[in-house]
Design a protein around this ligand. Structure first.
Ligand SMILES: [Fe+2]
Ligand SMILES: [Fe+2]
Length: 204
């Protein structure tokens, strides 16, 4: 095989790898009526924040995997709970909360994906330390997880969910600002608001 053929093969494998991951995520999004396209939107927002924060190419690759697969652990949560329209019981909420650790341990078992495990594990931590699974706060939270948290929450705010109507972009920006320093890393919120103002077409 000459060099050109080799390059072609590598490219083909990379495309296959990317498609496989995206399909895997889509199958999770598709389990609930309200989360279609969630993973691909979180990826788009996270990548835009990452670029704005000048992450290296290697960091961007990890961020891409982590954002597409951040909710992959929901594969192991009952679909009735994921789709429940009313408020969750304590036990159901506890069950949902296991998805970040389940996702991380799944990624850790696959060589090509394990670099993204830590960001997935901590994507529901809060900047003030009241998140899960470990109650990490501010700089203790891996910065890719802080980016995921903002991207993930923004998509949740601007999408229809069974328990709430969707917010306008303007309302979602205000909510991000109001929760910067408590739920969210303020620097990440600033970066994302800059992206949204400079490129409102990114939404949706
Ligand atoms: Fe999640
Ligand atoms: Fe999510």
């Amino acid at each position: 095989m000459d060099e050109k053929e080799m390059e072609g093969k590598v490219k083909e494998l990379e495309e296959l790898y990317e498609k496989t991951i995206s399909l895997w995520a889509k199958s999770i999004d598709g389990r609930t009526r309200y989360t279609q396209e969630h993973s691909s939107k979180v990826r788009k927002y996270a990548e835009a924040i990452g670029k704005r924060l000048y992450l290296s190419d290697d960091e961007m690759k990890v961020l891409t995997i982590a954002s597409i697969l951040h909710d992959i652990g929901k594969a192991d949560v009952a679909v009735e709970i994921l789709n429940k329209p009313g408020p969750l019981t304590d036990e159901e909420y506890r069950d949902i909360k296991t998805h970040s650790a389940k996702g991380a341990s799944l990624l850790r078992s696959i060589d090509m994906l394990k670099s993204a495990a830590n960001a997935v594990l901590h994507h529901h931590e809060r900047y003030d330390g009241y998140g899960y699974p470990d109650g990490l706060k501010d700089e203790e939270i891996p910065y890719l997880a802080r980016i995921l948290s903002v991207a993930d929450s923004f998509d949740a705010m601007t999408s229809e969910r069974p328990y709430k109507p969707k917010k306008s972009i303007h309302e979602a920006i205000i909510e991000l600002q109001d929760n910067a320093g408590t739920q969210f890393d303020p620097e990440t919120v600033d970066a994302f608001i800059h992206v949204l103002r400079a490129n409102p077409g990114i939404i949706g």
